[in-house]
Ligand binder design. Structure first.
Ligand code: FAD
Length: 409
């Protein structure tokens, strides 16, 4: 079937949307592709915003996914600075903030996620910041300096990466976390304890088990964080890093199934066969764990972009991937494969004191997840084990003296 008269509209020009546009062309789609993005710049890599970019500034470069002339050069109608406001499925139309109405044969929703706000008094003071976009990162970088004190609210990966970057820039940092341990939602206890010590040794202070009740300021600018129970922590700026919520309203309002994210299948198709959704905005099946999940990672955005582009051009669906992500803090490279669902055993391989170890999460004798710190081989091996569902000998796995290739039971 010729697809040259088909129109694909992509909502959201982030990692997922930008990749889907490029893949459609790479897969030979010769119909119309329109990429609508609320942000004023072309799709870019977000991970460096809390890591290398925050530390170095990279002379204003935004690490674009593709060179600036890529979109025009590939016949992609890229519309920066434009918000998609409404979707009308009956007429297959998208209403834009410019007043224009775009019709589509296939729609890809790639609207990502936004930082969750902390609904407490004072959160609108100047200097109380969030981090999602390049603009957010510019604002954050401007307040991280020697002699300044940054309060990071939320001890998740983004918060800890910002803390490490801020220390590298000479700022004082205090991390405030509601749970009793860091990374409570996303990592095992060994890793939480390791990161707590590592950051403390590098001058970060922590308030664990502490809930923020508000911010105080002077002349409209934040000067301190107030804690439940009465404590006050002085700061010159605060970063709220307590997670992200999916931008799924446009889908929900149009009657697509959503449940904390747009529900999609393994082709990234929503409950409307003409509409796909990809990236952070989706709740997607994870076949290896037999459940639906919303992921926030670049590999997930890339995998789903490939699923949607393949379905649109009529290619076979790509094979399912093991979910993975990474975090860089100081000289540490953490790589995580899988998720620790239904785990009944946790094995440490290597030595935390040397900042080189892996945590294997097992269900029975199968690896569900590996958190590999400065241990790329354990990461690769663990990822393969998760994919193959091969049984392992837990006794051998926990012994770093035994080579990984000898571990299969
Ligand atoms: P996004 O990249 O958020 O793109 C969505 C785009 O859609 C945005 O530009 C948004 O403005 C736009 N949009 C929203 N609504 C509309 C609308 N109605 N109309 C038009 N446009 C709209 N992942 C990793 O794997 N490893 C990491 O180390 C890592 N570090 C991160 C660090 C930071 C600071 C952040 C913020 C994220 C990090 N992530 C990391 C997560 C990763 O960046 C995301 O998973 C990825 O960007 C998701 O891509 P996406 O296209 O779904 O969403």
């Amino acid at each position: 079937m010729s697809r040259s008269n088909l129109k694909v509209v992509i909502l959201g020009a982030g990692h997922a949307g930008g990749t889907a546009a490029a893949l459609l062309r790479q897969f030979g789609f010769d119909g119309d592709v329109t990429l609508v993005g609320e942000e004023p710049i072309a799709p870019y890599h977000r991970p460096p915003l809390s890591k290398a970019w925050l530390r170095t500034g990279l002379e204003g470069a935004w690490l674009p996914l593709k060179p600036v002339d890529f979109y025009a050069g590939h016949g992609i109608d890229f519309r920066p600075g434009v918000l998609a406001e409404k979707l009308t499925r009956l007429t297959k139309a998208v209403h834009l903030s410019t007043g224009e109405v775009l019709t589509y044969d296939f729609l890809i929703i790639a609207t990502g996620a936004r930082p969750i706000k902390l609904a407490v008094p004072g959160s609108d003071l100047a200097g109380v910041l969030a981090l999602r976009t390049a603009d957010d990162a510019e604002r954050l970088r401007a307040v991280i300096k020697a002699g300044q004190r940054l309060a990071v609210i939320g001890g998740g990966y983004v918060g800890l990466e910002v803390a490490a970057s801020a220390r590298a820039l000479g700022a004082e940092v205090v991390v405030i976390e509601r749970e009793r341990r860091l990374l409570a939602r996303v990592a095992g206890k060994d890793l939480s304890a390791f990161f707590l010590d590592y950051h403390r040794e590098r001058g970060v202070s922590f308030e664990l088990g502490a809930a923020v009740s508000g911010f105080e300021g002077h002349d409209g600018r934040v000067t301190s964080v107030k804690l439940d129970g009465g404590g006050t922590i002085a700061c010159t700026a605060a970063l709220i890093g307590i997670g992200a919520a999916p931008n799924d309203e446009i889908a929900r309002d149009a009657g697509l199934d959503t449940a904390g994210g747009v529900i999609v299948d393994l082709e990234a198709r929503t409950t409307d066969p003409a509409i796909f959704a990809i990236g952070d905005v989706t709740r997607r099946p994870m076949p290896i764990y037999d459940r639906m999940f919303r992921m926030e990672s670049v590999p997930n955005a890339l995998e789903q972009a490939k699923q949607a582009a393949s379905a649109i051009v009529g290619r076979a669906p790509p094979p399912s991937e093991v979910p993975w992500q990474w975090s860089d803090q100081y000289d540490l490279k953490l790589q995580i494969a899988g998720y620790p669902f239904d785990v009944d055993r946790v094995l440490l391989r290597g030595e935390p004191a040397n900042a080189r170890f892996s945590v294997f999460h097992l269900r029975g004798d199968q690896v569900q997840c590996v958190e590999a710190l400065n241990s790329p081989q354990d990461f690769i091996f663990g990822k393969q084990l998760i994919a193959s569902r091969e049984s392992v000998d837990p006794g051998k796995l926990g012994d770093p003296g035994i080579a990984l290739k000898e571990i299969a039971a």
